[in-house]
Design a protein around this ligand. Structure first.
Ligand code: PMP
Length: 460
């Protein structure tokens, strides 16, 4: 059996190391993609690169340029690209058996047990897991069905700024109207309440929480609130696409109370924030709040295999056989990869590492913010980091963030964006990022910020 190598051994040695980008090989692949691939392709529009090989928190493009990966496939690669401890099990399993619908395999049962081991609060020892389709959206669809089935209701409560996926049910919960307008009507009874975001709302944290909870209470309890048969409250414990928005203390606990008082399931979407990203297994744990149902995907498949799961309290396990169906009810290789990834995180105490390193990264960004009025707020937990940029008038400035992303790319660091105005720099590096790689990456990010804001910085 392969050892579980320390995180320092996982990466290309030379990162960052880039020439002029995109190089000729990347360019050729990008050109060909433009000719034959869908017009819906999006990521290369922001970073024009073709990748060839990844190791740990580093990734190499088709021309041999090596980058530090500070976005990890949007929070997928928590144990790094090609983690050897995970890969060993992947190879073994792929040689033996890949697809079994939902017949039992050791891999399946082992992952269910592993998920129970890391389940939050009173879900531990008191849960069931349903594996539906492979993506996060599939887990959300399962959660919607489960909530409706158990309550007999059909109204769903979600939040402004939320992203829950792109299939019809999940898209109904997603708040971005631009993403929905061509596909309406979606699920009809979905109401979006405000998510507490003190920076954006210009409110004190407790005011923002109070306002949000009042709105949710009104939707659920006011006889003239408009939503007749609520089935559940869907919330990201930290909004990801919405801009790495950490709700102030009291919000999740308040939702828990409202859900309990009204006999509604509280559903946490942990697809982006979960699986150790924030320095706890699940983001809701920072506030000690346990949902009735939660969704996970992204990093669940270990090193990038598509796998999602919906985990729920045992008494909600009321479906009859076949009531939630699909061909891919858990991919055996992905399940092996998921169990190994959980083990790797445990063996190397990557939760503590994520907490410590994330705090250092935020401290460094806050130092920059102290001297730069364009960096409005630094947020996050663990290795889930957001930095919100504004123009000279304090309004959202997505151009600055795009320019920072481009500068970082040209200097060997891959970063991503988020936020309803696209003005949040989002970092979701693999949890195996070392202190040294983080320092180097943050040097580049700091240079980028200073480079793109200097021209318009007379007041700083
Ligand atoms: N929920 C959250 C919180 C997400 O961040 C995402 C993806 N960004 C999804 C759901 C949807 O997952 P997928 O793209 O795998 O369908």
């Amino acid at each position: 059996m392969v050892d579980s190598p320390p995180i320092g051994d996982l990466h290309f040695d030379d990162a960052p190391n880039v020439g002029s980008v995109p190089g000729p090989e990347s360019q050729e692949l990008l050109d060909k993609q433009r000719e034959i691939d869908s017009s819906a392709v999006a990521y290369p529009e922001d970073i024009p690169v073709a990748f060839d090989e990844g190791k740990g928190a580093t990734v190499r493009d088709a021309d041999g340029n090596t980058f530090i990966d500070m976005f990890g496939g949007i929070g997928v690669l928590n144990v790094g690209h090609a983690n050897p401890y995970v890969l060993e099990a992947v190879h073994e399993q792929a040689d033996k058996l890949v697809h079994t619908v939902d017949f039992p395999t050791e891999a399946r049962l082992e992952l269910i047990e592993k998920l129970d081991e890391i389940a939050p609060g009173n879900l531990q020892g008191n849960n069931r897991v349903v594996f539906g389709g492979p993506t996060g959206s599939d887990a959300i669809e399962a959660a919607i069905k489960l909530a409706k089935y158990n309550t007999g209701g059909d109204g769903l409560i979600a939040f402004r700024g939320a992203y829950h996926g792109a299939t019809s049910g999940a898209l109904s919960l997603t708040s971005n109207t631009g993403a929905k307008e061509h596909y309406t009507p979606l699920l009809s009874d979905v109401v979006h309440a405000p998510y507490p975001n003190p920076f954006e709302q210009g409110k004190a944290p407790d005011e923002a929480v109070e306002h949000a909870l009042e709105e949710v209470t009104a939707i659920v309890e006011d006889p003239y609130g408009g939503l007749a048969n609520p089935a559940g409250i869907f919330v990201e414990p930290i909004q990801g696409e919405g801009g790495v928005v950490v709700p102030p203390e009291g919000f999740l606990a308040g939702l828990r109370e409202i859900a309990d008082e009204n006999d509604l399931p509280l559903i946490f979407d942990e697809i982006q924030a979960g699986m150790g990203r924030t320095g706890e297994w699940w983001a809701g744990e920072h506030e000690g709040v346990t949902p009735d149902i939660m969704t996970t995907a992204k990093a669940l498949g270990g090193i990038g295999f598509p796998l999602s799961a919906t985990i729920y309290r045992e008494d909600l396990d009321t479906w009859g056989s076949g009531d939630h169906a699909g061909t891919y009810r858990g991919h055996v290789v992905a399940m092996r990869a998921g169990s190994r990834a959980i083990e790797y995180i445990q063996q190397h105490d990557l939760l503590a590492h994520a907490r410590d390193l994330g705090a250092n990264i935020r401290a460094r960004l806050r130092e920059i913010a102290d001297g730069n009025s364009h960096l409005g707020e630094v947020r996050g937990r663990g290795l889930f980091v957001g930095a919100e940029f504004v123009d000279g008038d304090g309004n959202p400035d997505s151009d600055l963030v795009d320019a920072i992303q481009q500068y970082c790319y040209e200097h060997g660091v891959l970063v991503w964006t988020a936020g309803r105005h696209g003005n949040v720099l989002r970092l979701l590096p693999p949890l195996v990022l070392t202190d040294d790689l983080a320092d180097t990456a943050l040097d580049v990010v700091a240079d980028a910020i200073s480079h793109v804001t200097t021209a318009e910085q007379p007041t700083a």
